[in-house]
Design a protein around this ligand. Structure first.
Ligand SMILES: NC(=O)c1ccc[n+]([C@@H]2O[C@H](COP(=O)([O-])OP(=O)(O)OC[C@H]3O[C@@H](n4cnc5c(N)ncnc54)[C@H](O)[C@@H]3O)[C@@H](O)[C@H]2O)c1
Length: 299
């Protein structure tokens, strides 16, 4: 892999320290955020589940950014506690930001349809993808780990508000994740002056993303629907860096769409043209016309 990155002398995050959860490989949104945060002057601790450490390439990212890696399964309270306590030792006290970039659904992975869900799987989905955020926030609160005007961001998806075929129980998990951001956002804002937000990102070709049934079509559809096109992982990283910076100190308890405009669209010209084309290309068009004539169906 060719790394082409330069650290700025006076970056937006100069002097700031933070934990990045969920960098599996260079496609990961968290990988991109870590790299941009480091370029902007931040000092980092990286973490992922022990399994991901073995399967992924987080040690390369650690080398580039000069960060320590602390394994933690986000479903295990003792591992989260150890991670945050150890990070405080590395940072020499409280730190400034955290990125929660964790998601996994056994139902999605095994292609089990929503209407036939396994509740054991569904509970795992919620535990890994949403309750882990509560666990991280609760632990950081208990250890008083975050500095005043600190910032926490978790990654979400528009399936929390709208039904998107194939996204399965991850839609429910994201709705819970966004709700946790609001509930804890109040407590953290009131008691610690810390912001908690979720960023609702475009579909992105990552390892987790490619597990979603019909991901290629979803990417194409949302690209056509979004006036600015899909947001990439690198662009998402820019947005997260802005949210960790002092330029966004009064933004909290929000679900912030970073999706090229997708979430506000109903239908776009590019999408409708493709939809129309699918009828024109259909070799049954003559047959349809014949039936329309016979039955006087509206055209
Ligand atoms: N890719 C997309 O289309 C897309 C769109 C919107 C939001 N998101 C969200 O972005 C976040 C990051 O996903 P990504 O697309 O970069 O994929 P990714 O596969 O690179 O990242 C998912 C991460 O979750 C980690 N993880 C899974 N189980 C864990 C556990 N028990 N403990 C700790 N970590 C665990 C994985 O190891 C991996 O690093 C997820 O929350 C995902 O839902 C992704």
């Amino acid at each position: 892999m060719i790394i082409n990155t330069i650290r700025m002398k006076e970056g937006l995050l100069k002097g700031k320290k933070g934990i990045i959860f969920g960098a599996l490989n260079e496609k990961s949104i968290a990988w991109n955020v870590a790299l941009k945060a480091w370029e902007q002057g931040a000092e980092l601790v990286l973490t992922n589940s022990p399994v991901a450490m073995r399967l992924g390439t987080i040690s390369e990212l650690a080398k580039i950014t000069g960060s320590q890696v602390i394994p933690a399964d986000a479903t295990k309270m003792d591992e989260i506690e150890n991670l945050i306590a150890e990070s405080m030792k590395i940072f020499g006290g409280k730190f400034d930001f955290m990125l929660h970039s964790i998601g996994m659904s056994p139902n999605v992975r095994k292609d089990i349809p929503y209407e036939q869900t396994s509740y054991d799987n569904m509970l795992k989905t919620f535990d890994i993808s949403a309750l882990s955020f509560h666990r991280v926030l609760q632990t950081a609160y208990k250890l008083d780990a975050l500095k005043e005007w600190g910032s926490v961001v978790a990654l979400s998806y528009v399936a929390a508000q709208r039904t998107l075929t194939g996204y399965n129980d991850m839609g429910d998990a994201k709705a819970l994740l966004e709700s946790i951001a609001r509930s804890f956002g109040y407590i953290y804002g009131r008691d610690r002056r810390v912001r908690i937000n979720t960023v609702s990102q475009s579909p992105t070709p990552t390892t987790a993303g490619s597990g979603v049934h019909g991901m290629d079509s979803l990417l194409d559809f949302s690209e056509r629907m979004s006036p600015l096109g899909n947001a990439t992982a690198a662009e998402c990283a820019d947005y997260c860096v802005a949210l960790f910076s002092d330029l966004t100190r009064k933004v909290t308890m929000q679900n912030l769409y970073h999706d090229g405009g997708f979430s506000s669209m109903g239908m776009s010209l590019r999408a409708i043209e493709q939809y129309q084309k699918s009828f024109e290309e259909c070799d049954c068009a003559d047959e349809v016309k014949k039936i329309q004539k016979q039955t006087k169906l509206p055209k």
